[in-house]
Design a protein around this ligand. Sequence first.
Ligand SMILES: *[C@@H]1O[C@H](CO)[C@@H](O)[C@H](O)[C@H]1NC(C)=O
Ligand SMILES: *[C@@H]1O[C@H](CO)[C@@H](O)[C@H](O)[C@H]1NC(C)=O
Ligand SMILES: *[C@@H]1O[C@H](CO)[C@@H](O)[C@H](O)[C@H]1NC(C)=O
Ligand SMILES: *[C@@H]1O[C@H](CO)[C@@H](O)[C@H](O)[C@H]1NC(C)=O
Ligand SMILES: *[C@@H]1O[C@H](CO)[C@@H](O)[C@H](O)[C@H]1NC(C)=O
Ligand SMILES: *[C@@H]1O[C@H](CO)[C@@H](O)[C@H](O)[C@H]1NC(C)=O
Ligand SMILES: *[C@@H]1O[C@H](CO)[C@@H](O)[C@H](O)[C@H]1NC(C)=O
Ligand SMILES: *[C@@H]1O[C@H](CO)[C@@H](O)[C@H](O)[C@H]1NC(C)=O
Ligand SMILES: *[C@@H]1O[C@H](CO)[C@@H](O)[C@H](O)[C@H]1NC(C)=O
Ligand SMILES: *[C@@H]1O[C@H](CO)[C@@H](O)[C@H](O)[C@H]1NC(C)=O
Length: 763
Amino acid sequence: MGLINVVPLPIFSLYLVLLLSTFHVKSAILLQRSTYIVHMDKSSMPKVFTSPEKWYSSIIDSLKSGNHTPSLIYTYDNALQGFSASLSTNEVEALRKFPGFVSAYNVKKSATIDTTHTPECLSLNPFADLWPTSSYGKDIIIGVLDSGLWPESLSFEDYGMSTSAAAGVLDGPYSKWKGSCEGGQEFNVSMCNAKLIGIRFFNNGVKASTSKQVMDSARDTLGHGTYVSSIAAGNYVSGVSYFGYADGTAKCVAPHARLAMYKVIWEEGIDPSDVLAGLNQAIRDGVDVISISMGFNYESLDHDPIAIASFAAMEKGIVVATSAGNAGPGFGTLHNGIPWVITVSSGTVDRWFAGSLTLGNGLSITGWSLFAGITFPKNLTLVYNKTLAACNSSQLLSEAPFGIILCDMGDIHNQTNAIIDSKVPGAIFIYPIPSLVHMKENSCPCVVIRPADALMVINYVESNTSPFVCLKFKETFFGTKPAPVVAATASRGPSRSCPRILKPDIMAPGSLVLGAWVPKKEVARMRSTYRLYSDYNIETGTSAACPHVAGVAALLKGAHPNWSAAAIRSAIMTTANTTDNTRKPIRDLGKGSQLASPLAMGAGHIDPNQALDPGLIYDITPQDYVNLLCFMKFNQSQILSITGSRIYDCWNPSPNLNYPSFIAFYSDSITVTTKKFLRIASNVGKDYATYKAVVIAPEHTVVTVSPETLVFRKQNENQSYTMTIQYKGNENGTVLFGTLDWVEENGKYRVKSPIVISPLLSS
Ligand SMILES: *[C@@H]1O[C@H](CO)[C@@H](O)[C@H](O)[C@H]1NC(C)=O
Ligand SMILES: *[C@@H]1O[C@H](CO)[C@@H](O)[C@H](O)[C@H]1NC(C)=O
Ligand SMILES: *[C@@H]1O[C@H](CO)[C@@H](O)[C@H](O)[C@H]1NC(C)=O
Ligand SMILES: *[C@@H]1O[C@H](CO)[C@@H](O)[C@H](O)[C@H]1NC(C)=O
Ligand SMILES: *[C@@H]1O[C@H](CO)[C@@H](O)[C@H](O)[C@H]1NC(C)=O
Ligand SMILES: *[C@@H]1O[C@H](CO)[C@@H](O)[C@H](O)[C@H]1NC(C)=O
Ligand SMILES: *[C@@H]1O[C@H](CO)[C@@H](O)[C@H](O)[C@H]1NC(C)=O
Ligand SMILES: *[C@@H]1O[C@H](CO)[C@@H](O)[C@H](O)[C@H]1NC(C)=O
Ligand SMILES: *[C@@H]1O[C@H](CO)[C@@H](O)[C@H](O)[C@H]1NC(C)=O
Ligand SMILES: *[C@@H]1O[C@H](CO)[C@@H](O)[C@H](O)[C@H]1NC(C)=O
């Protein structure tokens, strides 16, 4: 027993003995196990082992006692160095004494997938700029970490793509591809093609923590994975729609990119060990871009599976795009606020799904609807009766005269349910911003109109003895103004895991986006009971926004194969658009349509064609990120958990990560504060370029930039500058923001960075 407290020597035979002896103290009641992620330092591996897998297995084997066997779930060699295992707390304590042990923790199952309930809007043009320059993403591989895929969807056909690339055995230009197509339940290897070049599933973790039968296949049963994959890399498909809405050609951001799916989201849940296994495989397989439309809420960087795995991805030049979450509009709600990934917020698109009504007097009003059922245009009695107009009792509604009911402004969700449960053939709802009403899940033969339009309807009803109306559905209009606006539900910065870096980074279309779907998974219900199915679905959330950015990153990677992940992110951020289609600054639906702050939209709305040629970039090396971690007082084992390697050091702790945005904090008690930032800009435009600083200082601040002019003589030359913000104020919870733009003297480039002065995050 006394041996437990002895620090074991790094001699294999000795610590094996030590561990065996620890079993004498173990009591059977402590054998309740859960899944732990264990980080190991590979450089401490005893020479007797030929591979880390053998080393880890031997460690696990040495923890065995009688019938009680801890089990290894995965070993990891890319996303991190270590393994996951089902362990008791005593076994974890025993593990800590092994040489090479770095850290072990039990990640809470706090992951959320980020849909709450299009390239036209990204203005990609087949004849100019990013699409032709990158050959539509040809030869770029996008790895999607999600719920699997419905391979029969037309979006994943390989039409127009080189077919020499047979499933799993890609050669020639694809020799970098080491992935494969894994068959399984309802999934044949032959379902891969030149578009879907790889698919794998990872369910050991979820199996270890459930007694339910888990599917053994990468086939999607939830729809989410099929949906996000089709947005990032779906091929052209014409004539698709959601029951007639958003009718047209589904063509996604990088239509000729290759796709690899790593299924880690299961009906039974999301297990961190599976997520790490999927990312480990994606990195090993050689993907160029990874899209992750989920996140672990409020984990610290050294315990967040996505932060850990994406560090390894970043080292290899893989761009990782992640969703910010849908927990908005509260301050500090985002996940994936990780310095080495792209964190994506969500905005609306200028598209409107309409239902219209024509009154008996000929007056026509266009409203909003996503009613999915079949109706035939028919004139029906229009009923507006104060007793009924609350539309909150299906029983009362069923007794009403047969006709279309006009409801007063109320809780539309409850009104929808009441209408659906009644015998009423249709209704008209009133809401200030109809496009915000998402009645999709419970499809209701209803049209939402504005209060001003409702007045006309009421006037008509009240001045006619037998008013009637005709409702029409399934119309789609473009040009809604203003657009884009930040979606109310998009999670907001600052990042809790790394407040020093302004997050989110960028906004992309995320409201009511059309994407491929699983035909066996219902998309909506009619009258609560009839389930509706469709090959294409309209969804909302940062889950939909993230794959747009992954697709754009793939196109940029195609155009600039040697750019680092930070360079690609910099190009996307410094060229983002901060104005809407009314030529005014982008607004925020979550904040009463006030101007959107960078904590809601990052640098602005993604503008892919501008990102192709940004003029300047802010590049970052892996050691630069480590310097930030050192400055943040992460200790050696925490840093080793993230980096998995001893090649990095803490000689130069620094808060100055070369990021294309700026954030400083004020506290209520301090009224004057000064913060200085150092940045290095690299010229990726032509030789000889001169840039001048143009600052819009946040309120109550003085911003100085030195020098104010950057002169580049050569391509790839670096120039550094400092920016100092002096804040004098006593704000109370207000977020202040401004911009620093470097403007090229001939007006060819404008390299934009947002500046935020934020209140401190409360815990
Ligand atoms: C898989 O292939 C086998 C043999 O060709 C076939 O019988 C089966 O129907 C296929 N499964 C699916 C889901 O297509
Ligand atoms: C509804 O009534 C109007 C006015 O009487 C008429 O012009 C229209 O054709 C009718 N619509 C239908 C679908 O019957
Ligand atoms: C329905 O709304 C009316 C008017 O607002 C209210 O008086 C009544 O209590 C509500 N009924 C229910 C069941 O909520
Ligand atoms: C309003 O609806 C109620 C319930 O159906 C009915 O009893 C009442 O007569 C209606 N009033 C008018 C003016 O139509
Ligand atoms: C809507 O319905 C829910 C559940 O029945 C109820 O709690 C809520 O108060 C209703 N909202 C309104 C505004 O009537
Ligand atoms: C990209 O990098 C490769 C390998 O580092 C190098 O051979 C190649 O010349 C580079 N290409 C460009 C355009 O810089
Ligand atoms: C920014 O986007 C809006 C809306 O899509 C567009 O009208 C405007 O021209 C864009 N601005 C720039 C500089 O491209
Ligand atoms: C410019 O800076 C980047 C990142 O800071 C660095 O990787 C690169 O080597 C530098 N280039 C030159 C020419 O010094
Ligand atoms: C590093 O910090 C973690 C978390 O605070 C702590 O558990 C661990 O013991 C520390 N490790 C070292 C080597 O200081
Ligand atoms: C700031 O807001 C808090 C809470 O709303 C309030 O208690 C406090 O007095 C305010 N302070 C100032 C300086 O306005």
